[in-house]
Each structure stands twice: as C-alpha cells, then as structure tokens.
Design a binder for this molecule. Structure first.
Ligand code: 5GP
Ligand code: MN
Length: 329
C-alpha cells in the first residue's frame, strides 16, 4: 500500500471514529498479545473520545496479558441489547476467526477491518491491511497519531506488548526500522521494557513448563528435509494440569533447532478428532500457502489451521503436504 492510499484509508477510519457513537472491538480466537494489546489501546482512545464501546472476544485473555491496563474489560459473553453501529475487527484474517462474535459483527452497520495478515479476506467496509506491519499494534499506533491524539503511558504499554509479542521480542523478520521507531516513541511515553518482558516472559506457570517438557519429549525430525515437529495430546494436558492457552511459544523450540527449516506443532483440541496445526518456517518456505491447503492461513513464516481427524492421521497428511512444498521451494 502506498502512502497516499494509506492516508485515504486512515481518513475514512478517522471520520467513522469521530462521527459514530457505539463500537464493538473484537479479535481472533485464542487471542495473543497483539490482539489484546491493540484492542485495549484502541478502546482506551475511543473511550477518551467519549464513545460507547464493548470489547468482546470468544476466548479469555491469557494470563500473561492480564497485567495490561483494563484487560478485565474484555468480555467473553456478548449479548448487547442493540447491535453496535461500528465493529472494529483487529488482527483477524477472516471473519470466521472471531468465532461466535461474527454474528454480532455482521449486525453492525459498518465493519472496519484492521490487520497485517497476508491472507486477509478484506471482509470489512473499510479495510486497513498492511502486510508489512510487524503487528496490528503498529497500525493502531499510526492511527492514533493520525488522529492527533496523545499516546500516553497506558496505551503505550498495550501497544508495546502488541509489538513485542508479535515480533517475537524484535527477533522475527517482521521487525523493521519502523517497528523500532515506534518502540522508541512508546518508551518515551513511559514504557519500561524490562518490566513488560518480565511480566510476559518471566511469569510462566508451573503447568505450562510441565506441558512443554511432555511436548518436547515427542520431538521428531526429518533431517534431509529440515522438518521438525512435536505433538500435544489431551492426555498430556491432563498430566500437566495445563490449559489450552498455555502453549504459546512451544513451536519456537522446534524452529530454533539447527537445520530445521520448517517447524510444526500438532495439538489435539478439546473436540474429539480435531487437531490444531501451527507452522513456522525459515525464509524460503511459505507456510501461509501450506496452511491454506487445510483451510487456515496466516503469514508467510507463521501460520496455522485446524484439521479434522485423529492426530496420527493429521500429522501424516500435513507432513506429506509439507514435503511437497519443500521439494518445490
Ligand atoms: P499460531 O500458530 O501462533 O496459532 O498462529 C500463527 C499465525 O497464523 C497467526 O498469525 C495466526 O493469526 C495465524 N493462524 C493460526 N491459525 C489460523 C487459522 O486457523 N486460520 C487462519 N486464517 N489463520 C491462522
Ligand atoms: Mn498480529
């Protein structure tokens, strides 16, 4: 998107934010730091503008993000009496990724879709899709700046969390000069980076580490193709007394192995015969394409999908498709 186009879309969104009164802010299933941080920053802005807002996600705020200011305002039950005038959908490539909230979004008079996924389906009346943004947090930062509103410490903390988590703590190749420039601005607003990284990365639950141990014990690889994978079964969750939301980052242990170009995580969901697959890859393998073969999507180097079948079956199917992509990459 060129600068002129971006400016035009910003102006359209700003007009809506200024002129409409009631807003729903939602994001994807199993929300991550970018989803939560971006929602809270935008909500705080709209509230300051005197708007009526509700923040609704299907799934709860994961524990590591509960320290964020006003995170308890994000609700998981969503039965407002009147549908909102405007639905703001953040960090969500397709409307079905909002789960049951999609019904409420469809009832809104206007849908604004703000996202950075390459696979975004542009389902909004206004679509602000920037594939090169490291996080939606960057997009919200720029939007607040175009509105000429102050960022302030509270919003800075939320936005920093969004950017920190989606760039893998500034490690992935979605980290750009702009990412760092925005981070600098957020630090100037009073963000204390060490405090935030401590809250997010040094506050791991016992059950999560137990689960990680069980998952890593299943590590396998195909060294010739540079593929590595781990699995998580319901039995392991039970043994570790862990929750579904406690697996964030597991796949990075596979991705970081020397010689691995494609990392996969297979996890049984709480539905029988259903497996969530996460993909991470190095430069030359496009996992968005791979995930889309199974009805999912994401980014070129981080994607996911949900596949019906038992875990063994799903592993075989997905690994076979991965092999095909690797041969042609
Ligand atoms: P994760 O593996 O962390 O769950 O997801 C990695 C990336 O892929 C995220 O950016 C996420 O939004 C995207 N993603 C994960 N699962 C799905 C899915 O089922 N459908 C789509 N469209 N994107 C997904
Ligand atoms: Mn994101």
């Amino acid at each position: 998107m060129d600068a002129k186009e971006l400016k035009e879309i910003h102006s359209k969104i700003i007009e809506v934010l200024r002129n409409k009164e009631s807003f729903l802010i939602t994001s994807h299933l199993r929300p991550d730091g970018d989803a939560i941080g971006s929602q809270l920053a935008l909500a705080s802005l709209l509230e300051e503008m005197g708007k009526s807002i509700i923040i609704v996600n299907v799934d709860p705020v994961p524990d590591p993000f509960r320290f964020l200011p006003e995170s308890d305002r994000i609700t998981n039950d969503f039965i407002p009496e009147d549908p909102p005038e405007v639905a703001l959908v953040l960090d969500t490539s397709s409307l079905d990724r909002t789960g049951r909230v999609a019904g409420l979004v469809r009832k809104a008079k206007l849908v604004i879709n703000i996202d950075h996924h390459i696979s975004n389906e542009k389902f909004g009346d206004i679509n602000l899709i920037e594939e090169d943004a490291g996080a939606v947090g960057e997009q919200i930062f720029s939007l607040i700046r175009s509105l000429d509103c102050p960022i302030g410490k509270k919003r800075a903390v939320s936005l920093y969390t969004a950017i920190l988590t989606d760039t893998g703590a500034f490690q992935y190749d979605n980290t750009t000069e702009k990412t760092h420039r925005i981070a600098r601005h957020l630090l100037r607003e009073g963000v204390e980076p060490a405090l935030i990284t401590e809250k997010i990365y040094q506050n791991v639950s016992f059950s999560r580490q137990k689960l990680l141990g069980l998952a890593l014990a299943t590590l396998r690889r195909n060294p010739r193709e540079g593929v590595g994978w781990i699995r998580l079964t319901r039995e392991m969750y039970r043994k570790a007394e862990a929750k579904d939301s406690e697996t964030d980052g597991f796949i990075n242990y596979v991705r970081s192995i020397k010689g691995i170009r494609l990392a996969l995580l297979f996890q049984e969901t709480d539905k029988k015969n259903q497996v969530r697959v996460s993909f991470r890859s190095s430069r030359e393998i496009n996992v968005n394409d791979l995930a889309q073969q199974f009805g999912g999507g994401g980014h070129p180097r981080a994607a996911g999908c949900t596949v019906e079948g038992d875990i063994e079956e799903v592993e075989n199917k997905v690994l076979a498709a991965a092999r095909k992509i690797i041969v042609t990459s």
